[in-house]
Ligand binder design. Structure first.
Ligand SMILES: *Cc1c(COP(=O)(O)O)cnc(C)c1O
Length: 398
């Protein structure tokens, strides 16, 4: 494995930390290790570095730095936005989200329902799109917050966040968007779009795992989720993860500088990958509409194949892909995203997600297009439906 070339096509699950990011964070572990809240000079450099990172992250989303709250991850940011809005509006007990959110929202919604809140999960169509009229119809006087992702991590489908935010605003309801998959892939302008809360996660944009941020708009009612010291202007307790925050800041800068590359070169690689698969593998269908969607993601269903078996065989060739969200891989439950899109079970079971990044090259795509067709063919020959004709048991594959 070690001397073989790794073809990493799972950038929506996590990304490799950029060398520039490692370089930026290392001094925080070796030299600037003071507690940023302390009064002596050892603390002043870490404190300054955090503020510099805050400016850089704010720059990525068109925000004022004082509206950035650093958290431990995207999951915390999503939970904090929803719970914070509920605590700040105790008479409102209704939340609206969608059926295709990350499990950070779906499971938090279930948790809220057990605590007596009402949660509406907006449906999507076969393309993975939501209908703005469904949001209009779901809004109630006791709706505290609407939380809708900007782009879906499994399909790459992009939601019309500007329109969604405007509808919420006109009803006086807070709007949160999980933009974890959007940062560095599409331009983000929180202020221009009238968004109240926005979540990011650093490890999806070439920084380490374990740091995220929540944008909280000026004057937006919010109660902290993690309560402790007065860090993050009292909005998120806990001694700051200085090295990771600094890494996040540097990664945000890099992401902004690569935005164009993502939308030209990476998009073309994704399109080549997708078209190459459609051309060489019969019975392959894209899950989700073609536009608008992220430039780096495609999700393709292969009839008569078990996705997990395909992933195993791809892994043997040094190719990393995914059968949906990494959080549910390992369980045999079909993707809740594809189920919400009414993708037939036979296809969703055989669906693979390929998510590219700026480190991918044309050679990566070529290798996938060389290795995948025989893998799919082999699995189809071995599938129970095909057994009658081929007569070859699955065990004979090795
Ligand atoms: C990865 C991801 C998250 C969770 O972020 P973590 O930092 O891993 O908690 C949330 N939402 C989306 C859309 C994601 O892709």
């Amino acid at each position: 494995m070690s001397n073989r070339r790794l073809v990493y096509l799972d950038n929506n699950a996590t990304t490799r930390v950029a060398p520039e990011v490692v370089e930026a964070m290392l001094p925080c572990l070796t030299e600037h290790w003071g507690n940023p809240s302390s009064a002596y000079s050892l603390a002043s450099e870490p404190a300054r570095l955090i503020e510099e990172a805050r400016e850089r992250v704010a720059g990525l989303i068109g925000a004022n730095p004082r509206n950035i709250v650093f958290t431990s991850c995207g999951t915390e940011s999503n939970n904090a936005a929803i719970q914070g809005a509920l605590l700040a509006n105790p008479t409102k007990r209704h939340v609206i989200t969608t059926a295709v959110e990350h499990s950070a929202n779906i499971k938090f919604g279930r948790h809220l329902e057990k605590r007596g809140y009402e949660v509406t999960y907006l449906p999507v169509d076969l393309d993975g799109a939501i209908d703005l009229c469904d949001l209009q119809a779901a809004l109630r006087p006791d709706t505290a917050i609407v939380s809708i992702m900007w782009a879906n991590n499994e399909t790459g489908v992009v939601f019309p966040v500007e329109e969604l935010a405007a509808i919420c605003r006109s009803h006086g309801v807070l709007f949160h968007s999980d933009a974890v998959q959007v940062a560095g892939k599409l331009p983000i302008d929180v202020k221009g779009f009238g968004i109240d809360f926005l979540s990011l996660s650093a490890h999806k944009l070439r920084a380490p795992k374990g740091v995220g941020m929540l944008y909280v708009g000026s004057g937006v009612p919010f109660q902290p989720y993690i309560i402790g010291g007065g860090q993050e202007r009292g909005l998120r307790g806990g001694t700051e993860n200085v090295a990771n925050i600094v890494a996040f800041g540097r990664a945000a800068e890099l992401a902004l500088s690569h935005l164009n590359d993502e939308n030209t070169r990476v998009r073309a690689l994704r399109d080549n990958l997708e078209n190459g698969i459609f051309k060489t593998i019969k019975g392959s269908v894209r899950n989700g509409g073609s536009e608008p969607r992220l430039p780096n993601t495609t999700n393709i269903g292969f009839d008569g194949v078990e996705a997990e078996a395909a992933l195993l065989l791809l892994d043997r060739e040094g190719i990393c892909a995914s059968s949906g969200s990494a959080c549910t891989t390992g369980s045999i439950e079909p993707s809740h995203v594809l189920a919400a899109m009414n993708v037939p079970l036979s296809r969703s079971k055989g669906s693979l997600r390929f998510s590219l990044g700026i480190e991918n090259t044309g050679e990566d795509v070529d290798l996938l297009l060389e290795k995948l067709p025989p893998i799919i063919e082999r699995l189809r020959d071995a599938s129970p439906e095909a057994l009658g004709q081929a007569g070859e048991p699955l065990a004979a594959l090795d």
